[in-house]
Write a protein that binds this ligand. Structure first.
Ligand code: PEP
Length: 258
């Protein structure tokens, strides 16, 4: 199974989100094998998009959440509120949240634990800056982010965790990681995760690649066994591009069945 996360960010309103969700579902119509597609619209569109994806092959994701159950947190949304509107996945620790909104590793950790406690699947984003990669610190940065985010995290039977490796220099830049760079980091992340969760059964943990994924480069990433799928930003709001990403996943999955 390959997973595709569509992060629509703050790029589409409610009506556009509904149209995009309908178009996204059309990309898998008639297909025998269907990748796991998680659409992550802005909060205000979750309710309407839920109606479109209900009883479909796609799942509903949120782009963020708060770590507390409830309280005086103006403008925030809790995990329980997300599950109430049919959300199954939640992006946590996206670099834009960390950099623009000052999210710390501690906040990311609290959110991961809260998401799991509420039966949500966290999509935990990690990745280094260009400066850190140039200074040969990429692995250390990612290891530290994982260590902090997963501190005291328990994975119970039935729960699942997705990690998205998203080098910051590749997000929205049109310059994706090379396959070699992505593979080397995926191997490393899998090793770190094996250390943190030595007893995790197959399928409980998966690592995705994100950063300037397009219809042109999606296949090369997804055909790799180590890469469980992709997190797509810009190309997920362009249906012709996104269709190609989905088709790449379908092609890979059909190949796996042969
Ligand atoms: C992202 O924002 O997580 C992302 C991967 O964006 P893009 O695909 O546009 O690089």
């Amino acid at each position: 199974m390959k997973t595709i996360i569509a992060n629509w960010k703050m790029r589409v309103g409610v009506r556009e989100s509904v149209a995009l969700a309908r178009g996204t579902l059309l990309t898998v119509r008639g297909s025998k094998v269907i990748p796991e597609i998680v659409v992550c619209p802005p909060f205000v569109a979750l309710g309407e998009v839920r109606k479109v994806v209900a009883r479909s092959a796609a799942s509903l994701g949120a782009q963020n959440m708060h770590s507390e159950d409830s309280g005086a947190f103006t403008g925030e949304t809790s995990a329980r509120m997300l599950t109430e509107v049919g959300v199954s996945h939640v992006i946590i620790g996206h670099s834009e949240r960390r950099q623009v909104f000052g999210e710390t590793d501690e906040m990311v950790n609290a959110k991961v634990r809260q998401a799991l406690a509420n039966q949500l699947i966290p999509i935990l984003c990690v990745g280094e800056t260009a400066e850190q990669r140039d200074a040969d610190q990429a692995r250390d940065v990612v290891r530290d982010q994982l260590g902090a985010a997963l501190s005291d995290v328990r994975l119970r039977g039935g729960s699942k965790l997705l990690v998205a490796y998203e080098p910051l220099w590749a997000i929205g830049t049109g310059r994706s990681a090379s396959l070699e760079e992505a593979l080397a980091m995926h191997e490393y992340i899998h090793a770190v995760l094996n250390g943190v969760f030595p007893d995790a059964p197959k399928g409980q943990l998966d690592v995705l690649y994100g950063g300037s994924v397009t219809g042109e480069n999606a296949y090369q990433f997804m055909r790799e066994k180590l890469i469980g799928g992709v997190l797509v930003g810009g190309a997920s709001v362009k249906l012709n591009q996104f269709r190609e990403v989905v088709n790449a996943a379908i092609e890979v999955m059909e190949g796996l069945q042969e």
